[in-house]
Design a protein around this ligand. Structure first.
Ligand SMILES: Nc1nc2c(c(=O)[nH]1)N[C@H]1C(S)=C(S)[C@@H](COP(=O)(O)O)O[C@H]1N2
Ligand SMILES: [Mo]
Length: 202
């Protein structure tokens, strides 16, 4: 798939830490029963691999659907038995975002290693990225290095610059994979109404 340049969203293009999947350890630290530091290429021995088509949405008004493969975040977190309320996820290059565990587990959150059958490229978040499909993707973290379980919410890289609500809005987003302008997305109306009722602030 040819991907337009605005698909690349590394912060200021300054995150330049590249690690091969074979050399990468994923960590879970903080308020956990057992801390985890596991080689990415051994994760499949511990938890099931998953695969499926999902559309992801950027708060800047575009969306993209691919076949993603990886692991469910819930399975990964269970290895550590978290005792706190929040997941603070940090990339190799320092991008960070915090979301409540409740939100992540209620939703559709993955650790993604493959996009359309290929290992993630550097731009796409090599070697593994957190993706939160039912929220805007600034809640996700490319080149994920560590997850810290905490009891306090901290603003992340994008929320610090004013993007506080990650609820996918019901107005159309430009579907860059289909080269179509501003597709209508009626199924999002449901999600939108639900989030208004719950009134959760992320
Ligand atoms: N490490 C890292 N992860 C990140 C970002 C980033 O700048 N750095 N941008 C976020 C945002 S706002 C979006 S929309 C998606 C973009 O993913 P893409 O570059 O694969 O399109 O990654 C998210 N995760
Ligand atoms: Mo984004």
């Amino acid at each position: 798939m040819r991907i337009p340049t605005f698909f690349w969203e590394y912060v200021g293009n300054k995150e330049k830490v590249i690690v091969e999947a074979d050399d990468h350890y994923l960590d879970i630290t903080g308020m956990v029963e057992s801390a985890v530091s596991i080689p990415l290429n051994e994760l499949h021995k511990h938890i099931p691999q998953v695969r499926g088509r999902r559309r992801f949405y950027c708060v800047n008004g575009w969306s993209l659907e691919c076949e993603w493969a990886g692991f469910r975040l819930s399975d990964f977190l269970a290895l550590a038995n978290p005792q706190g309320k929040f997941v603070k996820a940090t990339s190799l290059g320092g991008y960070v975002d915090t979301t409540s565990i409740e939100t992540l587990l209620r939703g559709d959150s993955w650790l993604v290693t493959h996009m359309d059958g290929e290992p993630l490229s550097f731009k796409r978040g090599q070697p593994v990225r957190l993706m939160v499909f039912d929220l805007y993707q600034f809640k996700g973290v490319k080149a994920l290095k560590s997850i810290e379980i905490t009891d306090t919410y901290e603003k992340g890289t994008w929320s610090s610059v004013g993007y506080t609500d990650a609820t996918i809005q019901p107005y159309p987003h430009k579907a860059i994979d289909l080269n179509e302008e501003r597709l209508p997305e009626p199924h999002l109306l449901d999600l939108f109404e639900k989030s208004q009722i719950e009134g959760e602030s992320l």
